[in-house]
Ligand binder design. Structure first.
Ligand SMILES: CC(C)(COP(=O)(O)OP(=O)(O)OC[C@H]1O[C@@H](n2cnc3c(N)ncnc32)[C@H](O)[C@@H]1OP(=O)(O)O)[C@@H](O)C(=O)NCCC(=O)NCCS
Length: 157
């Protein structure tokens, strides 16, 4: 892993509706189950949490979207744009998330992911997430992604 290029990035900050166009563009390019612009905007308007991480020049490098329900956090989306991948951004973003959630009394973070997503599985296992379940053939075939099962991952805080 090369060094995290933190000096070329602004601090991670809470996102808002002004970030949604860029978030939507990144989600469309990187996620097989991309959300529409409206779905993303509705989620933020209804209280889902967005963190954005932009370069000094303002380009969106990474974001997190999640939802807190009672003492649980549901990680909905985590995306790092390709030129910034494998430089520790997702690890840093998730560590910040985990610290924030611990401080706010959250007991558990959970997420669902495609079982063939080796990058995501490597990331979450490194952060200490456990595989809590599997749902066969949960995700439809999309572009180059086959129909495949979902893994349910959890992290106890
Ligand atoms: C998954 C994703 C968020 C990882 O972001 P990233 O910033 O590149 O990850 P990091 O650089 O912080 O990597 C941390 C660790 O995760 C694992 N990892 C990350 N990318 C990997 C890959 N392509 N293959 C295998 N392991 C990988 C490694 O253990 C890595 O540590 P290392 O680089 O020291 O080996 C990114 O690949 C991405 O946005 N993918 C598309 C969207 C997506 O699948 N999101 C997750 C949906 S749940």
């Amino acid at each position: 892993m090369s060094a995290c290029p933190a000096d070329a990035l602004q601090p991670i900050r809470p996102g808002n509706l002004g970030d949604i166009t860029d978030v939507h563009a990144l989600n469309e390019r990187l996620l097989p189950e991309a959300w529409s612009l409206k779905a993303l905007a509705d989620a933020v308007e209804m209280g889902s949490e967005l963190y954005v991480w932009r370069t000094a020049a303002g380009m969106l490098a990474a974001y997190y979207l999640g939802q807190d329900i009672a003492d649980e956090t549901h990680l909905l989306q985590l995306v790092v744009d390709r030129p910034f991948q494998r430089q520790g951004l997702a690890l840093a973003l998730c560590r910040k998330l985990i610290d924030d959630k611990r401080q706010n009394g959250v007991q558990r973070i959970f997420l669902e992911m495609r079982e063939g997503n080796h990058a995501a599985l490597g990331l979450y296992e490194r952060l200490g997430f456990d595989i809590a379940g599997r749902r066969a053939a949960y995700y439809a075939a999309q572009h180059e992604h086959p129909r495949e099962g979902a893994l349910l991952l959890t992290l106890r805080l």
